[in-house]
Structures are given as C-alpha cells and as structure tokens.
Write a protein that binds this ligand. Structure first.
Ligand SMILES: Cc1cc2nc3c(=O)[nH]c(=O)nc-3n(C[C@H](O)[C@H](O)[C@H](O)COP(=O)(O)O)c2cc1C
Length: 200
C-alpha cells in the first residue's frame, strides 16, 4: 500500500487554541497510522489578497493557474497538489471562517478556469480526494454547525482543490475560558477521523 500524504491547513489566529489542538491531534494520529503529514499554519505564511485580475483563470486544463503575486501561496499550492487527502480547519468568527482562511480561499482562484467572456467559473479538478472539515464556535456545536456558514466555506475550499468532504468535526462551547483544553471526547473523535483518513 502506498503512503497517504495528508495536508492539514489551519486558519486559526491563536497559538494552542482549539483549532491548533484538533489539528495537532489529527496530525499525530495520522502519523502514527503511517501517513506522511504536512501542516500549514496560515497565520505564519505571507499571503496577499486576491486582486481579482483573473490572470490565473485564463488558461484551460486541470493544472492550477499562475498567480501574479510572488508570495507564500505558490508553496501552498505545490503542497496541495502533492497531497492525497486534506484537513481544512478554521474557527467561526462572526458566523463564518476567519478572514485569514477566507483570504486563503480567495487565492484558490488558481483552481478555477474562467476566461474572459465566460459568465461563471468552472472547477479545474473533479472532487476526488478525501477532506476532513474542522471548525468551532462559542455557540453549542449543533447550533453553530446549523447557523453559521463556516462549514459551507470549508466545503467550498475542499471542492475547489478537488476534494470531497468525508467527515466534519465541529466543536461548540469553546469560548467559556481562556486556554481551554480540548475535551476528551473531541480529542478521541479527532484521532478516529484522522486514522480513517490515513487508511482511506
Ligand atoms: C472576532 C471573533 C468573532 C467570533 N464570532 C463568533 C460567532 O459568530 N459565533 C460563535 O459562536 N463564536 C464566535 N467566536 C468564538 C470563536 O468561534 C472561538 O473563540 C473559536 O472557535 C476558538 O478557536 P481557536 O481556539 O482556534 O481560536 C468569535 C471569536 C472572535 C475572536
């Protein structure tokens, strides 16, 4: 069996917050299960805003387009291309993913074919690779998941890079104390999901 390469992309602002803890748990479990693991923490990467110049969307084909920015995004796209499976993580801020994750999502425009004259973009990739979606909120989990658009946006990111969601881990009630440790049941679920991803 070939080794699964799992890429975890973390859109939280906070060191050792809930997202960091979930992602660290998943990375450790996937590694133990034999996967090759790479973690990208978006807050540590230089990523410019999309200019909506559509330079990257003009050429046809399944390869990502080339962006006019020369920043940290090219390395991230290379990692996305090399991976077999993904964990996409961002906490819920004001009802949606963080602005940090949204900025990254908009730069995924390189994964769209959208020449001038065409009314709407087309995905370059079929949704094939498995992806796990991770979010959290101060609100209870069932409410946050239903009320907010975070999961919808994480799904959009997955679809854009050619992935299909296979599991979602949404943790609620995370903002009742500073430095909240990950509840044990969430930790266990994160491990189980990552082990399944490594074996898929
Ligand atoms: C600017 C800001 C906006 C937030 N907006 C919401 C919100 O709309 N709904 C909610 O339930 N929690 C909200 N929260 C709480 C965050 O979802 C929670 O702190 C986060 O999931 C923790 O993730 P982290 O530990 O990775 O930072 C907000 C927090 C901040 C700082």
């Amino acid at each position: 069996m070939t080794t699964r390469r799992i890429l975890l992309i973390n859109g939280s602002y906070r060191d050792d917050g809930i997202t960091d803890q979930v992602v660290a748990e998943m990375a450790a479990a996937a590694r133990t299960a034999g996967a090759e693991v790479e973690q990208i923490v978006l807050r540590d990467r230089p990523i410019e805003f999309c200019l909506n110049c559509r330079h990257c969307t003009q050429h046809p084909g399944t390869e990502p387009g080339e962006c006019v920015h020369e920043d940290g995004m090219a390395d991230i796209v290379r990692s996305i291309e090399a991976a077999d499976a993904y964990v996409l993580a961002a906490p819920t801020n004001f009802g949606s993913v963080t602005a940090l994750f949204k900025r990254f999502l908009e730069r995924l425009t390189v994964y769209a074919w959208w020449p001038w004259g065409r009314p709407a973009p087309k995905y370059r990739k079929a949704a094939v690779k498995p992806a796990v979606l991770v979010s959290s909120s101060a609100a209870p989990g069932f409410l946050g998941r239903w009320l907010y658009s975070s999961v919808k946006q994480l799904k959009m990111a997955a679809r854009t890079i050619g992935a299909r969601p296979v599991a979602t881990l949404f943790t609620g009630l995370v903002a009742d104390q500073p430095d909240k440790p990950l509840p044990e049941r969430v930790r266990a679920r994160a491990r189980r999901i990552a082990e399944r991803l490594a074996a898929s």
